[in-house]
Design a protein around this ligand. Sequence first.
Ligand SMILES: [Zn+2]
Length: 247
Amino acid sequence: MLGVGLSTACMCVCCGGEMTPYSTWVSQCRGCGFMASTLASGGGTGVDGLEELRRGNYERILTRLERLHPMAGARVLDVGSARGWFIEAALARGAAAQGVEPEHANAELCRERGLQVESGFFPQDLADRGPFELVTFNDVFEHLPEPAAAAVAAEALLRPGGLLVLNVPSSRGALFRLSAVLARLGLPGPYERLWQKEFASPHVSYFARRSLAALIGRHTDLTLVDSFSLPSVSRNGLVARVSGSHG
Ligand SMILES: [Zn+2]
């Protein structure tokens, strides 16, 4: 466990706007639409049945990234690498990919398959401090209790011109919006499922492109270079590059 979720009565971590109650355990920013839950974050994964979808999306992300940065030889850190699927996909494209993973059994499984994965939480347990050409968060960023701190820590590990990749579920996705309507009509099941409310590691945050871009702009010197939707109706990818004279 990393701690408890964000307070429902506070300033938006993304844009500094006012958070207002959305439901008893979710608040939403009036400015950028960022949503925060009071669900306690944890290190568990709940990826059963998602392998095909996730592996497909990782290929799409890497194909997109190759337009921005060559993969061959690039040092890649996948944060919360779970069962190592993104690492495998990046290795297949010639990247020097490694990971850090809080769930020990997952990390062990990866190492048994020859993947380079450290056990522990990001960033405090990370031994290899880079620098990296790419730092990626696939289905991870929405679980973190302090996303701004994670973005800052990731930025510090990037080489000039390096890329931060955030692959998160989107609150603008059709499924999510439909589930919110159903919840207001007294059918909270799908909404609670999309927040992974009863899971070991529920979603602490729900971002959209606007809120994610605001978070990056407010807390880091990264520049947004690409943003795109992934086939699952409720996902959104965002890529930001280290800016400045080296960028
Ligand atoms: Zn906001």
